[in-house]
Design a protein around this ligand. Sequence first.
Ligand code: ZN
Length: 118
Amino acid sequence: MDAKAIAREREKQQLLNRLVEIMVSEQQEQGVYASVPHYSVLEQASHRLGQELSRAAQRRAMAEAATANVESAACPTCGEQRPVKFKRRVVQSIDGPVEVVEPSADCRPCRRSFFPSA
Ligand SMILES: [Zn+2]
């Protein structure tokens, strides 16, 4: 790992630790630790945090994938370049619903819509 990758990894660990501290603070306020909680309570709360992070990561990654590569795309039928527009839709991920931005294009002469691929 180069210095940049090491610094990025360190920052990621710091941010993950911060997220965990926020979760524990919320649990303290809710009285979760007033008595010794069952492990499953802690596991479920941790899993929910992981799912929340996963959905945020999916949203951001899909936005990057949708906008990083395309302003126009070739129609699969006629090969002409057509402008790409972006639509929002909700996908059901394994970690819950995620609103994503998806590129699509229309070709009027061919009377078809298509999803540009990178
Ligand atoms: Zn076409």
